[in-house]
Design a binder for this molecule. Structure first.
Ligand SMILES: *[C@@H]1O[C@H](CO)[C@@H](O)[C@H](O)[C@H]1NC(C)=O
Ligand SMILES: *[C@@H]1O[C@H](CO)[C@@H](O)[C@H](O)[C@H]1NC(C)=O
Ligand SMILES: *[C@@H]1O[C@H](CO)[C@@H](O)[C@H](O)[C@H]1NC(C)=O
Length: 270
């Protein structure tokens, strides 16, 4: 399940993250450094909110093995940044967990292996990672230009799709989907129409959505998303990508797919 991936991912990061000196947070004695440690170039990471005006603030928490900047909040146009120095043999790594409304994402904002190359300043050995958080994605570049910025999509959410694959006779399909906190109300779906919603599952695996389906004299109520369904929807999806649960209501029952191609029948009408 995704939730376990998340925990493993964080533990893995903590395990592999290297010793990193954050400016001001350590007792540095550069006059006589231990011979095994060589400091090289300076690096900066900037996190900037370019989200639309009048939307939820951006919250985020950035960490390395030794540093935790705590939960931070940015309004539109604001930025947070830190500086650090790289060790020649170190594996410096910072990752951040971002929250915006009900969307979230977690990834490395600096690592030696990939992000480093996006932050290289031409003609200099120093590094500048400017992250811009926009509505559709995250962008990183060494300067403020978006032209050569690299895009990281907002990830970590699940989309549940409900399709009507029944005729509109004897009646249009009626669905009513709910969770503990959310009631989407009644919707009528003509043949091939869909109703969908997206959400970020609770890390504990307790998220549950159920729907009542009515078609002519037939009806059925069952969970369209729970931990069992999540296992099916997330199968084969790489960690931290978003994924889909596709449901089709057909005349002979209810089918689930995670790729909109291969279907399995999980329920029948009563
Ligand atoms: C900083 O390091 C020096 C030399 O190792 C030590 O004497 C001093 O107590 C340290 N200060 C702190 C705040 O750890
Ligand atoms: C947001 O508001 C600021 C000033 O209030 C304005 O300069 C900026 O263009 C606005 N951004 C968008 C995307 O509308
Ligand atoms: C999840 O829902 C399905 C029906 O769609 C059900 O068969 C299964 O037992 C449920 N799993 C849990 C853990 O409740």
């Amino acid at each position: 399940m995704k939730f376990l991936f998340l925990q493993c991912f964080i533990l893995t990061i903590l395990f592999f993250a290297s010793t990193t000196l954050s400016s001001g947070s350590k007792n540095r004695t550069l006059s006589s450094p231990p011979s095994a440690i060589h400091f090289t170039d300076r690096a900066e990471v900037h996190i900037r909110s370019d989200l639309p005006n009048n939307t939820n603030p951006l919250y985020f928490r950035c960490q390395s093995k030794d540093t935790d900047f705590g939960m931070r909040k940015l309004n539109v146009g604001e930025e947070f940044y830190w500086k650090f120095r790289l060790q020649v043999w170190g594996r410096t790594l910072y990752f951040c967990h971002f929250y915006w409304g009900n969307r979230q994402s977690i990834f490395n904002v600096y690592d030696k292996y990939s992000v480093r190359y996006l932050c290289a300043i031409p003609g200099s050995d120093d590094l500048m990672c400017i992250w811009k958080v926009r509505e559709e994605a995250f962008y990183v570049s060494h300067d403020n230009k978006r032209k050569d910025a690299v895009r990281v999509p907002l990830i970590g959410h699940v989309v549940v799709h409900i399709y009507s694959r029944v005729p509109n006779q004897p009646s249009t399909l009626k669905i009513h989907c709910q969770s503990k906190d959310t009631d989407f109300g009644e919707h009528f779906l003509k043949t091939d129409d869909q109703f969908y919603w997206r959400f970020v599952p609770h890390l504990t695996g307790t998220t549950l959505f159920f729907c009542q389906f009515n078609w002519g004299s037939k009806s059925k109520t069952f969970d369209v998303y729970n931990s069992t369904i999540d296992d099916i929807c997330s199968a084969g999806v790489s960690s931290f990508a978003s994924y889909n649960c596709f449901w089709e209501a057909r005349p002979d029952g209810f089918y689930l797919s995670n790729d909109n191609k291969i279907w399995q029948k999980l329920n029948t009408w009563t």
